[in-house]
Design a protein around this ligand. Structure first.
Ligand code: ADP
Length: 632
């Protein structure tokens, strides 16, 4: 039969379709099923007649619908066009099975006028594919896992290698009874910056500088005994520079045996950590501590370690003897320098503590006193320094027993006081008698005797002033300098005193400038004494014919008296000591008479009037001494 005849023979087709093992369905472009072949029953579970009139799309898995419709659309665009698509088809059981559908456009054939769809069950093939995919996936995952594990292992071993190579201690691995070098890390370079090493060579060949120091013998022992060797701060003579010169170093060393599977030693791991710097630093500290200890225990001066709030943590024997406490008292914590200090020295101590906190030291030693344990007073000179910048609350203090000096000072003061008292009466009586003689010789023509009597009287005046000053000093020291409290006019006092002092000199002229118009409350004679002292100094320490200027003026609630000369001046280094008793600036080339009392007494008097005294002066440029007094 010719092809064409087949095509025309509908009955033949009918038979072909009816007997085909593949399910064959004729449907409309909208999916409506016109015919389903008997084989659809075995393929899908539905009897063919159930398909008739139903839309085939309702059997397709929603996820595959788009692909099916797309295939249909492609097929419909052209007559005879065939397209295959895989999709899941819902069976009567409700479960889906995979099919390959082939659509052929037979719409133009009047006898068919439908889309021919054949369905081939490909569930088995899909299952096999799925299985393959899953297998592939799991083997891929397995591979990835294996690779990850490998990477991790690599990472760990790289890390271990890094650790080994970069360890701060030198680590080397030795093999066999001869200790052949198998491996050594980078720290080797720190120990031997200029020396190489030979792998596989023995330790004795690699490090001949260590011969005769017991290290190799120790390695032999570890190898034989299987027991580790540990040594701390071991001294070794090492030829670091490979120059033939060995130098000392300190090392922490561990020789750790390594065992084989049978439990015998096959090698040794050696750890060497250099600790030379630490050991030397510790030795230096120990030495300086020992030196300090020797100084403290030498018992030359009292030494204490104390806190700034008073607690004495440590003291040497000299200090304990000075203050009469025992070592048990010290241990019991019952020695407290703040509680041992009389109130009049509290401010001095407070200043010292401020200096310690700010500068870590006291600028100069100062005098103070302590109550001894037995209640008596001990004069001392103290200086201190902070122990540690990090802990400024602790200091070391050096204490010198000053009682001997104080006693000498006291004896000197007593002597001055006694002699000036003893001198006062005879000088007063000689002065009186001189006055009587002067009167007697007034009318007589005895010019020589009269001149001598006038000189005697003048010298007696000087002597009387000197005795008066010495008496005042001892009174000031004992706090017995009595000050009157009466109002007086300052301007009058100043001009009268200038007149009085001017009478004693014909070579220097004293010039007064200004007026204060103020009244001062206090002791007129004592303030007069201050002006006399300052004017006498101005005359004494300046050349003949040089002027002296006195200026008085008011500044707020203060009246200022200012005395200026153009004399020798005073170097700055003396300024702060000038008002101390008996302090003098002496220059053997320019000897000036005096005792160094005037300025001391002047300060005492001014301060007792709640005033201040100061100076401006430079060597060779004259001086200005000034004092202020509060006005009424
Ligand atoms: P002194 O009896 O020595 O003058 P003072 O106490 O009055 O004692 O003075 C102390 C020291 O101060 C003097 O020795 C002197 O060196 C110095 N001084 C005082 N006034 C003057 C001055 N106007 N010019 C230079 N030096 C002076």
């Amino acid at each position: 039969m010719a092809t064409n005849d087949y095509v025309q023979n509908e009955a033949f087709f009918q038979t072909l379709i009816e007997h085909s093992a593949n399910a064959i369905v004729l449907m409309q472009p909208d999916g409506c099923i016109a015919y389903a072949s008997p084989a659809t029953a075995s393929c899908t579970g539905y009897p063919p007649e159930e398909f008739a009139g139903r839309n085939s799309f309702t059997f397709i898995h929603p996820d595959d619908l788009v692909a099916v419709q797309a295939a249909l659309a492609t097929v419909m665009a052209l007559a005879n066009r065939t397209e295959s698509v895989e999709y899941r088809f819902r069976r009567t059981s409700g479960s889906y099975s995979w099919f390959r559908g082939t659509f052929t456009n037979l719409l133009f054939r009047p006898a068919v006028h439908a889309i021919l769809s054949t369905m081939c069950d490909i569930s088995e093939q899909k299952r096999a594919e799925e299985l393959l995919r899953k297998n592939e996936e799991s083997s891929r995952a397995l591979l990835a896992r294996e690779q990850a594990v490998l990477r991790q292992e690599e990472e760990v071993s790289r890390h271990l290698n890094d650790l080994f190579m970069q360890a701060p201690a030198m680590v080397c691995v030795l093999q066999g009874s001869e200790h052949r070098l198998e491996l050594v890390n980078d720290a080797y370079r720190q120990l031997y910056p200029r020396r190489g090493f030979v792998l596989e060579a023995t330790v004795r060949e690699n490090w001949p500088d260590l011969e005769d120091q017991g290290f190799f013998e120790e390695l032999d022992r570890v190898y034989q005994s299987g027991k580790a060797y540990v040594a701390n701060e071991k001294l070794a003579m090492v030829d670091r520079e490979d120059s033939g010169v060995r130098e000392a170093g300190y090392f922490n060393i561990v020789y750790q045996p390594v065992f084989d599977a049978q439990g015998s030693v096959e090698g040794i791991i050696v750890y060497v950590m250099e600790v030379t710097e630490q050991v030397l630093a510790r030795k230096r500290i120990q030495e300086s501590e020992a030196r300090l200890r020797r100084l403290i225990d030498a018992n030359i001066v009292g030494v204490t370690f104390c806190t700034l709030d008073g607690h004495i943590n440590e003291a040497n024997d000299v200090f304990l003897q000075m203050v009469g406490y025992t070592r048990e008292d010290l241990r019991a914590g019952s020695i407290d320098w703040a509680r041992m200090t009389p109130p009049e020295y509290e401010e001095l101590d407070a200043q010292a503590v401020r200096d310690l906190r700010a500068q870590g030291a006291i600028p100069r030693p100062y005098e103070k006193a302590y109550w001894r344990k037995n209640g008596t007073l001990l004069s001392v000179v103290v200086t201190a320094a902070a122990l540690d910048e990090a802990n400024p609350n602790e200091c070391i203090a050096f204490i010198l027993d000053n009682s001997m000096q104080r006693e000498l000072d006291q004896r000197k003061d007593d002597f001055i006081s006694m002699t000036s008292h003893e001198l006062k009466t005879p000088v007063t009586s000689i002065k009186g008698l001189t006055q009587v003689l002067l009167k007697r010789f007034e009318q007589r023509d005895e010019p020589d005797i009269k001149r001598m009597l006038v000189i005697m009287d003048m010298q007696l005046n000087k002597l009387t002033k000197l005795i008066g000053d010495l008496l005042d000093i001892s009174k000031a020291q004992g706090g017995r300098l009595i000050m009157e409290q009466k109002p007086f006019d300052l301007d009058t006092l100043v001009s009268e005193t200038i007149e009085q002092v001017q009478a004693t000199t014909t070579t220097q002229h004293i010039k007064l400038i200004g007026k204060t118009n103020v009244t001062i409350m206090g002791d007129r004679d004592r303030v007069g004494q201050v002006i006399v002292n300052l004017l006498s100094n101005a005359i004494k320490y300046s050349p003949r014919n040089s002027p002296i200027v006195v200026k008085v003026f008011r500044e707020g609630r203060q009246a200022i008296t200012w005395i200026q000369d153009f004399g020798i001046g005073i170097d700055l280094s003396h300024h702060d000591k000038l008002f101390n008793q008996f302090y003098r600036v002496t220059d053997p080339r320019e000897p000036y008479p005096g005792l160094g009392i005037g300025l001391y007494l002047s300060r005492q008097i001014v301060e007792r009037h709640n005033g201040k005294i100061w100076l401006h002066s430079k060597k060779g440029e004259g001086s200005i001494f000034a004092f202020s007094l509060p006005v009424v």
